[in-house]
Design a protein around this ligand. Structure first.
Ligand SMILES: Cc1cc2nc3c(=O)[nH]c(=O)nc-3n(C[C@H](O)[C@H](O)[C@H](O)COP(=O)(O)OP(=O)(O)OC[C@H]3O[C@@H](n4cnc5c(N)ncnc54)[C@H](O)[C@@H]3O)c2cc1C
Ligand code: FES
Length: 435
């Protein structure tokens, strides 16, 4: 055999081996996805095993194969107690802080789908000696699924501009000011329909504005950990370097994963921010920028950011020809997008009455005064649980004793038959609620 033939043969063997490794990696990854999907959705006992190693395991056993480790258990019902293990400041301003949470019972944690969130019930001091009020809020998981810890990253919300007389955000201030290592917190299991499509084939575009980066971090860290072969772009917009969170981490991911492309956009860079190093574009993430960089080919888009960004970008992607099923988005505040799924309040002739079954009181429904049943109920001084106020967390789910409701948008949370989500529902007939 000549030297040239031998070299070609070796080349073919090496290529074959590389392709084999890629196929095995893809197959393992898809196996993990199926396990994750089944378990995160309350999966059955036959679900294939999957868990990821903890930090300690990663440090001690770099070559550990996640497939050989224990199984993620299934999710819990209601609230479970967690203990804060550590806090990590994430930006130069000190406005964003990560909280690492371990279950108080030391049990293994269920998997979640990257992009999902946790719901917290906080007991916030009320001012009166020793008394507290319960406040429910949602926070996206900001790291990949692990069996020992969850991480959330929370931005302190100040009073609205020009309204200094108002208090800052109740829950975010509580986290920043009072939640310390060792603090115990009541947490509902991960949920939410905004998450990575784990077995998708299209390359991925993540678009994050401000604190909307948190679900994207979870998605990115999971993709990197699973050695997912898909190409990933992250467009991350903030005001300037002081708000740029996890900068080093994102740059390390970019430098170590050739398929990951990072585009940082500063709206208002400071003198200390260096173009081409700290940020790539000046201004806002808009359709023009996406067209310029991506040529808007076939991608799976994930968008999370402040209302103006979402309101501009999501419809613009659709107008630019991106199929609606390739655009996934989540808003951290009241719903701001209407993609044609919205049901409107029925314009009936006769007035509608809402009755509260437990107290027996009734109030007329006035669509000009209340946007949702939740608002109507709160205006009556009745306390009900609410978290996202956007149909996502399921906290305000309430049983309907009689009557029917319409939703102003498609609920994101799963709703039990005969129940409704007060925060996005309006009555379409006379209604009696189990309140
Ligand atoms: C699915 C989901 C995921 C989320 N993930 C994250 C995340 O990863 N990280 C994150 O930081 N946030 C996240 N959020 C947002 C988070 O849930 C809270 O909405 C946010 O922290 C603000 O809550 P708060 O209690 O601090 O503010 P609130 O107390 O709800 O106050 C909000 C604003 O209202 C102002 N205000 C207070 N009183 C009045 C008044 N009387 N009149 C007018 N204005 C008033 C406050 O000053 C503040 O500006 C997420 C939300 C959702 C729905
Ligand atoms: S408050 Fe979250 S679904 Fe209504």
């Amino acid at each position: 055999m000549s030297t040239a033939t031998l070299s070609s043969l070796i080349g073919v063997l090496i290529l074959g081996q590389v392709a084999g490794f890629a196929l095995v990696a893809r197959h393992r990854y898809r196996g993990k996805f199926r396990a994750l999907q089944t378990q995160a959705l309350g999966g059955g006992p036959g679900a294939p095993p999957y868990r990821t190693p903890s930090d300690a395991e990663e440090e001690n056993q770099d070559n550990v194969d996640p497939d050989e480790l224990d199984v993620f258990p299934s999710a819990w019902a209601g609230y479970k107690e967690f203990v804060v293990q550590r806090r990590t400041p994430e930006d130069r301003n000190g406005d964003v802080c990560s909280f690492h949470l371990a279950p108080a019972d030391g049990a293994r944690l269920p998997a979640f789908r990257p992009g999902q969130y946790l719901t917290f019930k906080l007991e916030i001091p009320n001012g009166d000696a020793g008394s507290t009020k319960g406040v429910v809020r949602c926070y996206s998981l900001s790291d990949r699924p692990r069996s020992d810890l969850y991480r959330v990253s929370i931005k302190r919300v100040p009073a609205p501009p020009g309204r200094a007389e108002l208090p800052g955000g109740v829950a975010s201030s509580h986290f920043h000011d009072l939640v310390r290592e060792g603090t115990r917190l009541a947490v509902r299991a991960p949920s939410g329909h905004f998450h990575l499509i784990e077995d998708g084939d299209l390359p991925i575009v993540l678009i994050a504005g401000g604190i909307g980066i948190t679900p994207m971090l979870s998605i990115l860290n999971a993709l990197a950990h699973w050695a997912d072969p898909r190409e990933v772009w992250l467009f991350y917009g903030v005001r300037n370097g002081t708000e740029h969170i996890m900068k080093e981490h994102l740059e390390t991911l970019r430098d170590t994963h050739p398929g990951f492309h990072l585009r940082v956009v500063y709206a208002n860079p400071s003198d200390a921010d260096i173009p081409g190093i700290d940020y790539h574009h000046r201004g806002y993430i808009d359709i023009r920028l996406l067209q310029e960089v991506l040529n808007l080919g076939r991608y799976e888009y994930y968008v999370c950011g402040p209302p103006p960004m979402m309101e501009a970008l999501v419809p613009a992607l659709e107008t630019a020809g991106v199929p609606a099923w390739n655009i996934h988005y989540e808003s951290f505040g009241p719903a701001s997008l209407n993609r044609g799924q919205t049901l409107t309040q029925a314009q009936g002739e006769s007035p509608i009455t809402v009755r509260f079954g437990k107290s027996g009181t009734s109030v007329p429904w006035d669509p000009a005064a209340s946007e949702s049943l939740l608002e109507l109920i709160e205006d009556q001084g009745i306390r009900v649980d609410s978290g996202c106020r956007a149909g996502s967390c399921g906290c305000c789910e309430t049983r309907i004793e009689a009557g029917e409701v319409l939703y102003r948008q498609q609920p994101d949370a799963d709703v039990k038959p005969g129940h409704c989500l007060l925060c996005i529902a309006t009555p379409s007939t006379d209604l009696t609620l189990d309140i």
